[in-house]
Design a binder for this molecule. Structure first.
Ligand code: NI
Length: 177
């Protein structure tokens, strides 16, 4: 697939819309969308991507936690397509950790998220999947679902002092060359 559209950047109105449910996972248009997201994510240093970031206001995300130059400490997880994803916290416990976003280059922030969540989604074959996630992968999932509701991670930041330039983030995390 050659013509992958650019990832939309913060300020584009589509990133602020609520996306629509996918009603036919097996349709050509949905399968095409899945392929577009898979290629775009593989070409990035991201660990997740939501369809609205590719200009399609549908409830479909990919979570692909893996160590990258952007997230060297990320656990390895096979790229997982999640259609119509939802979640409920397993406990009220939240923790702050660093997030970034391919739609908001150059900055990072500490964002509070639930540490343990029960999730439900439809996979790329149309099967309903129930599972629990914790830690970093749970964080990525919550970040991506926010994209489907028109939110970005900066909306969740509690204190502006928790927002830093990526170059400073690398120093804070001991990753600067
Ligand atoms: Ni994002």
């Amino acid at each position: 697939m050659d013509n992958i559209p650019a990832i939309l950047q913060l300020g584009h109105p589509l990133l602020r819309q609520r996306a629509e449910a996918v009603d036919d996972v097996l349709s050509d248009s949905t399968q095409q969308l899945i392929e577009t997201l898979q290629v775009a994510l593989a070409n990035s240093q991201g660990v997740g991507l939501a369809a609205p970031q590719m200009g399609i206001a549908k409830r479909l995300v990919i979570v692909a936690s893996r160590p990258t130059t952007r997230y060297p400490y990320a656990p390895l997880m096979l790229p997982t397509v999640m259609v119509n994803p939802s979640f409920a916290p397993v406990s009220e416990q939240q923790e702050k950790d660093w997030e970034g976003c391919l739609s908001i280059p150059g900055i990072r922030a500490l964002v509070p998220r639930y540490t343990d969540i029960a999730i439900r989604y439809t996979d790329s074959n149309g099967q309903t999947i129930d599972q629990t996630l914790s830690g970093f992968v749970a964080r990525v999932f919550q970040h991506e679902v926010d994209h489907l509701d028109g939110f970005v991670y900066l909306d969740r930041v509690l204190d502006n002092h928790d927002i830093v330039a990526e170059s400073e983030f690398l120093k804070i995390c001991g990753l600067a060359a």
